[in-house]
Design a protein around this ligand. Sequence first.
Ligand SMILES: [Zn+2]
Length: 208
Amino acid sequence: MLNNVMLKKMNYYKFLKRRSENFKKFFEWSLKYCEKHDKILEFRDVSYLREDGKHIGNCDGNKIIMATKDNKRFEEIYAHEFCHLMQAVEHADVWVNTDNNIYNKMGDGTIQTSDWNAILSVIAVERDCEKRVLALSKKWGLFDNEMYIQNSNLYMHFYHYVYLIGRWPSCDTIYKKQILDRMPTKLLTMKDMQKIDMSIMLLFDKYL
Ligand SMILES: [Zn+2]
């Protein structure tokens, strides 16, 4: 019997025409992984999944949803969401231990000082996810890994900024060149992320 993934495969092939050969090979493998673990992919022909925060990809552990329209970072974000799916399949500690309530608070703008540990749990799950993306990128030849790490470091700092302002800000992209240029090409550690770098926070405030 065909599952959801198989039924929607025709759409994927149409979409994949614009992708690199390496990404296509990785994607085919990722599809098989989804089929094996009974997970679902959904591609939506929209620019954003939600206008607030301009979300492009999402993974709840059972399903990946991707916005495919005019999405320049599709390949990076697909790999990222796929790695969240892997965390869920493996019941990774960081995935299981994430305080999911914090995502609602980010959306509602109700983050409080006492949510610091929840923010750190989100940074931990994102960092683990980015490490997985980098391993896949090396294996399949997907991305410029140093640039990818700079993006990842910016993303982790961004959660400190969300914590300080108490909500997820609405902006087209958080990956501003002026902030990326300040990011190291080695992945920051969880120890690094225990404290907030105010000079980076001021850059978010200026450029987002
Ligand atoms: Zn993520």
